[in-house]
Design a protein around this ligand. Structure first.
Ligand code: CA
Ligand code: CA
Length: 144
């Protein structure tokens, strides 16, 4: 997710549960995370190498969630990062429409890779009809 400007968009269906990963320039071992806007619950962060991982639960669809990360390695500072959640928005343009359906249908039958993972809405590991149906079912949804 970008740190500034318009938020990135998570388009897959984690049934309300996601893992927000913050990557730093150096290894990190401590820090706090809190939801400052949007509907979600932040769990206890874990740390691995340069990553701080924050489990999210009860994340609502069609909204932006702002996570404030603070006091990383005791530095006393804080940063807000905005995450957009919009199921079915595979091309990340903040609206679910026919272009998203077309993209998923074009990838039908493919196993998930680093380039098509956004098309696997239901996280089954494969892009298939259930994914295009999920996008179709969410057509018209948008991020504020
Ligand atoms: Ca879209
Ligand atoms: Ca799938």
């Amino acid at each position: 997710m970008p740190l500034t400007g318009t938020s990135g968009v998570e388009d897959r269906d984690g049934s309300g549960s996601y893992l927000a990963v913050f990557t730093f320039d150096d290894p990190v071992t401590s820090g706090d995370a809190a939801i400052v806007s949007g509907t979600a619950t932040a769990g206890v962060p874990t740390f691995s190498g340069n990553e701080m991982r924050v489990p999210l639960a009860e994340v609502a669809d069609q909204q932006n969630v702002t996570i404030e990360v603070s006091n990383v390695d005791g530095d006393g500072g804080s940063d807000d990062v905005v995450f957009g959640f919009l199921k079915g928005d595979v091309n990340g343009d903040r609206t679910v429409k026919n272009t998203d359906v077309t993209q998923v249908k074009a990838a039908n039958g493919q196993l998930v890779t680093g380039s098509n993972f956004r098309d696997d809405i239901n996280l089954s590991g494969k892009v298939d009809k259930a994914d295009s149906q999920a996008v179709t079912a969410n057509k018209g949804h948008r991020l504020p």
